[in-house]
Design a protein around this ligand. Structure first.
Ligand SMILES: Nc1ncnc2c1ncn2[C@@H]1O[C@H](COP(=O)(O)OP(=O)(O)OP(=O)(O)O)[C@@H](O)[C@H]1O
Ligand SMILES: [Mg+2]
Length: 283
């Protein structure tokens, strides 16, 4: 098991979703989009949990609800036993798909940004930012501006900015989507190192099956919209791991089990979008 637990002790629940549903629209008799749910899920403290699912199935909506960025239509989310309502709870950090670096600030100041707005003591800011910049391999680029960096470096900057806040749970929504396959694997290694060394719980949204399989202790496969978890697979990887795990024989079994769900649901998602397009043309 990837997160070692003393024998006979249940894993501690870090975040819990109960009957979560999120719909959009429906105002003044308008059309309701059922984006996600119902989802009931327990995220264990210290685990690396990935979510995969077809495009448009509600993955980002799930992350937004889990992070407290958007309220559920019904159901509840708790983090460390307390209800999540309306704001991102203390102890939760989020990294988004799009490059969220601030173009007018250099790498060091980008990483320091949230801490400065948090009223943290300047000496402590310096200590944490220096540490995060070095950890993410950006020391030589500390004075560079985002437009002088590669896409991978910009995402590393965004991860460092979240990391300095010392989150106990990190949520990432397709943070490597804009990167080439090789850089993605290497960024995955960085993420594993961050997870191992900080002890944080990581929830990663991705549509890349190999990335989910390589990185995770557990992987939840979502249905087509409204996204629900159809299967949750426990990989059993050791905590000390990196992208070389992809060479293991067991990877094939985990991937093909998940691909079975993903293939069928992606087909449904394609059919759904085809029907939507036809309905638009007909109207
Ligand atoms: N703010 C919103 N208003 C209305 N509909 C929305 C809103 N946000 C998302 N949706 C709808 O909810 C559904 C799920 O969207 P979501 O972005 O969560 O999917 P996703 O799985 O993250 O997709 P992708 O893989 O393309 O990132 C989509 O049909 C989308 O159009
Ligand atoms: Mg998304």
């Amino acid at each position: 098991m990837a997160v070692p637990q003393p024998v006979g002790v249940l894993p501690e629940i870090h975040a819990e979703c109960r009957d979560l549903v999120r719909n959009f629209g429906g105002i003044a008799g308008g059309h309701v989009i059922e984006a996600m749910g119902p989802i009931t899920l327990e995220i264990r403290r210290g685990e690396f949990f990935s979510v995969i699912g077809p495009s448009g199935c509600g993955k980002s909506t799930f992350m937004d609800v889990l992070a407290g960025l958007t309220p559920p239509t019904s159901g509840t989310v708790t983090f460390e036993g307390l209800p999540v309502r309306g704001t991102v709870p203390d102890g939760v950090g989020a990294v988004f798909q799009e490059d969220a670096s601030l173009p007018w600030l250099n790498v060091w100041d980008n990483v320091a940004f949230s801490l400065r707005h948090d009223g943290t003591d300047p000496a402590e800011i310096k200590r944490r930012v220096d540490e995060a910049v070095a950890f993410m391999g950006l020391r030589q680029f500390a004075k560079a501006y985002p437009n002088q960096l590669s896409g991978g470096m910009r995402q590393r900057t965004c991860i460092a900015r979240t990391m300095v806040m010392r989150p106990r749970m990190i949520l990432l929504d397709e943070p490597f989507a804009a990167l080439d396959a090789q850089t993605r694997l290497l960024m995955g290694d960085e993420l594993l190192r961050l997870w191992r060394e900080t002890g944080a719980t990581v929830v990663l949204i991705t549509h890349a099956l190999d990335e989910a399989v390589m990185l995770s202790d557990r992987i939840g496969a979502m249905s087509a919209r409204p996204g629900r978890f159809l299967d949750i697979v426990e990989t059993g990887w050791p905590r000390e791991r990196d992208s070389s795990i992809l060479a293991r024989a067991e990877v094939g079994a985990v991937s093909s089990r998940l691909w079975g769900v993903l293939r069928e649901e992606s087909q449904k998602a394609l059919d759904q979008s085809g029907r939507l397009a036809a309905a638009r043309e007909g109207s």
